[in-house]
Write a protein that binds this ligand. Structure first.
Ligand SMILES: Nc1nc2c(ncn2[C@@H]2O[C@H](COP(=O)(O)OP(=O)(O)OP(=O)(O)O)[C@@H](O)[C@H]2O)c(=O)[nH]1
Ligand SMILES: [Mg+2]
Length: 420
């Protein structure tokens, strides 16, 4: 499952185009930003906006701002409100203190109060003057000349975790391009030099290693919990999330469906997926509660799409549940065995009765082993952090196009090396 918003068709601004867009999220906030593009914007801005310093809109340089009042309605005599101020026809229609930014010859931003109604009112004014209202996504595509920059900005708006945001921010600052040009410089240089090639190859290898994560920055990791009924799967999800997301009860078969809980751990966005437990002998039974069977089937499907499976085993039980992760299929995601209810094992001996030797022992009741489990999960999901420290601190390919650029450099470096 992806939480990626629908992509707009990529377009760039055309002559005569007149568009308006809400550039801040569609929810109340401290600040609302409205973007406008088109040569028809200027007369409207002139009519509704009055700069405190009397600055002329037309003379405002690109990159400069004007602070002033925005009058949401024109005076009844058809003149702009600010031109009739002080006259007998003056109206006290709603006015807003705004910052007007000239972002290009024909593009503007209005920075205003972030209330929904306020921003909506700005959008309506431009729409009724003939502007097309477009999503921020389309706006970005229209305005940005650099398509990679656009991709990075779009991704930045979608990520939950700070780690992904940091990687993307570095890409906005040009880290990837700088890596690419350093490599290209070496490959273009004559005479050829082995030492320089080694440096270039190290950069290429780092970029290749970073691509696995770079290509999925907007997708949270998917970690699914599978195991017998009553094993403590839901309790474990709650302990990992830090709040009671899943219903927990002593009755076997409490969880019936696949339930996702998104958390950010160590800067990474992770979806923990709670599932219906597998019954002990019931796995063989022909007649089975239909709802439970559907729940188990869904769990099996979700498991195949996960990045990591946590095979949950209660440490206080020695019974073989007849369930083996490998029965789910051949092409399984990696899995680890997690022991639960460690607080019920007061002696080491009683824990040793467990069928599978768990990688980590946890107790949702006492919190024992939860931090260790989080650490293990992250190491499994992003081993690069331990194996290649610094892998994400510089250029990271974040799209198939970036990967292609790196692949071509790799091929060039191979030729270079053969010709040395
Ligand atoms: N002592 C102890 N009891 C636990 C622990 N974790 C879960 N339990 C208890 O075990 C029972 C089952 O817990 P759940 O989390 O609902 O188990 P589940 O695997 O989600 O169960 P199903 O949804 O039915 O498959 C409940 O009574 C929990 O209170 C634990 O760490 N220690
Ligand atoms: Mg449950």
């Amino acid at each position: 499952m992806s939480n990626r918003p629908p992509e707009d068709t990529a377009v760039s601004v055309k002559t005569g185009q007149f568009i308006v867009s809400r550039l801040t999220p569609s929810q109340p906030g401290a600040l609302g930003i409205v973007g406008i593009y088109g040569d028809r914007a200027c007369p409207i801005l002139n009519a509704y906006f009055h700069a405190f310093k009397g600055t002329s809109i037309e003379l405002l340089a690109v990159g400069c701002i004007a602070v002033g009042h925005w009058y949401h309605e024109l005076a009844t005599n058809g003149e702009s409100v600010h031109s009739s101020r002080g006259g007998c026809g003056q109206t006290q229609k709603s006015q807003e203190c705004v910052v007007l930014v000239r972002t290009g010859i024909q593009s503007w931003e209005i920075h205003t109060h972030g209330g929904m109604a306020v921003v909506e009112s700005f959008l309506e004014i431009f729409e009724s003057a003939g502007a097309d209202k477009v999503s921020w996504n389309k706006w970005l595509t229209c305005m940005q000349k650099d398509t990679r920059d656009t991709t990075v900005r779009k991704q930045l708006a979608q990520v939950d975790g700070s780690y992904a945001a940091q990687i993307l921010t570095r890409q906005l600052a040009g880290f990837f391009q700088s890596d690419i040009s350093r490599v290209q410089q070496v490959l273009d240089m004559t005479p050829r030099c082995l030492d320089r090639l080694v440096v270039a190859q190290a950069i290429i290898n780092r970029l290749k290693q970073a691509a696995r994560i770079g290509l999925r920055l907007t997708q949270p990791w998917r970690v699914i919990l599978l195991g017998p009924v009553n094993a403590g799967k839901s309790s474990l999800v709650n302990a990992l999330a830090g709040y009671d997301r899943s219903i927990v009860s002593p009755h076997a078969g409490t969880t019936r469906d696949v339930l996702e809980t998104r958390v950010v751990i160590a800067g990474w966005s992770v979806d923990f997926i709670d599932t219906a437990g597998f019954h002990l002998a019931d796995t063989q039974k022909k007649k089975k509660n239909e709802i439970e069977r559907k729940g188990i089937d869904r769990a099996a499907v979700a498991a195949m799409e996960a990045d990591l499976i946590l095979h949950v085993q209660p440490l206080d039980q020695s019974v073989n549940d007849g369930f083996s992760i490998t029965k789910l299929g051949d092409d399984l995601p990696p899995y680890i065995t997690v022991g639960t209810k460690s607080d019920l094992c007061d002696t080491k001996q009683s824990c040793e009765k467990t069928v599978l030797e768990p990688l980590v022992r946890t107790s949702a009741r006492t919190g024992h082993g939860i931090d260790r489990l989080i650490q293990i999960v992250l190491e499994k999901l992003v081993p690069e952090i331990r194996e290649q420290p610094g892998c994400f601190l510089e250029g990271v390919p974040i799209s198939p196009e970036d990967v292609d650029v790196v692949r071509k450099l790799h091929e060039q470096a191979e030729c270079y090396s053969r010709d040395l």
